[in-house]
Ligand binder design. Structure first.
Ligand code: PTJ
Length: 249
């Protein structure tokens, strides 16, 4: 079903062919982690929720894949944390930007930035992703990105922003450069962040700040890699029960 949503987005012209390839890469990592939200991702989700609640100008950045997979969840989370929603594309065309904004509006978004107002530029970035809204990503203190490219994550960090990334590959440049990396499928991670926001919204600023202060992204990424190691070992040890056998040799 998830794959079909991307194919639909591709046929409608807002998911790029490269997005289908990126999704296949993601599926492979998802299979390896066990297609569920793992413990280290829950830690990152809690820190992400606290960070979003503390943010002054949070922005959720949306590309073709995110629009196809999770437009409604983006809108829901943006409402809960008072975040702006901005379309930001690696392979930017005005037609794609408009289509993605339309998908977001159909999912309930009242305002979508990055359409006619992508007039500011992120320094040192040369892809079309450098074009951002002066009311959105340009002035944001916290930016949530999913399926992001490494250059932009690094450039946003250099601008002093806190970057929350959702990426199934724990070793991608984005995962390594982000402030908080949620190694999970965007389809599972976004509703989980919303749930975590609900759970944390009555906490004091001091408590939220303590959650963020105690969070260590390198440690969480190491825990993801150790989870993968453990899971592969368990699969190897139980392989006899997994392989198909017709009873013969
Ligand atoms: O819509 P555009 O023009 O902005 O282009 C979007 C793509 C995805 C094509 C572009 O951002 C791109 O090429 O991304 P990358 O560099 O391929 O990075 C995508 C990362 O997201 C990879 O590390 C994948 O493993 C990961 N990924 C793929 N599917 C998912 C995912 N992470 C979370 N959830 C997924 N469903």
């Amino acid at each position: 079903m998830i794959r079909e949503r991307l194919v639909k987005g591709f046929k409608e012209g807002y998911v790029v062919p490269q997005g289908l390839i990126a999704h296949g890469r993601g599926e492979c990592f998802d299979y390896i982690i066990g297609e569920r939200t793992i413990e280290p991702a829950l830690k990152a989700i809690e820190a992400a929720a606290a960070t979003l609640l503390l943010a002054k100008h949070p922005v959720i950045s949306v590309n073709g894949n995110v629009a196809a997979l999770a437009a409604e969840e983006v809108v829901k989370l943006a409402r809960k944390v008072n975040a702006k929603i901005e379309v930001n594309l690696f392979y930017r065309t005005e037609e794609r930007v408009r289509k993605i904004a339309e998908v977001l509006r159909e999912s309930g978004a009242e305002e979508v930035l990055g359409v006619d107002d992508a007039v500011a530029t992120i320094p040192e970035l040369f892809s079309e992703r450098r074009r951002v809204s002066p009311r959105g990503i340009y002035v944001a203190d916290v930016v949530l990105v999913a399926l992001e490219d490494g250059d932009r994550t690094e450039a946003l960090r250099r601008m002093g922003k806190t970057v929350i990334a959702i990426d199934l590959n724990p070793l991608s440049r984005t995962s390594l450069a982000a402030s908080i990396t949620i190694v999970d499928n965007v389809v599972r991670a976004l509703p989980r962040i919303s749930e975590a926001v609900d759970g944390l919204k009555t906490r004091s600023r001091a408590e939220l700040e303590a959650i963020v202060r105690n969070y260590n992204n390198a440690k969480v990424l190491a825990e993801v890699l150790l989870h993968i190691e453990r899971r592969l070992r368990e699969l190897a040890e139980g392989i006899d029960k997994l392989v198909w056998s017709a009873g013969g040799p």
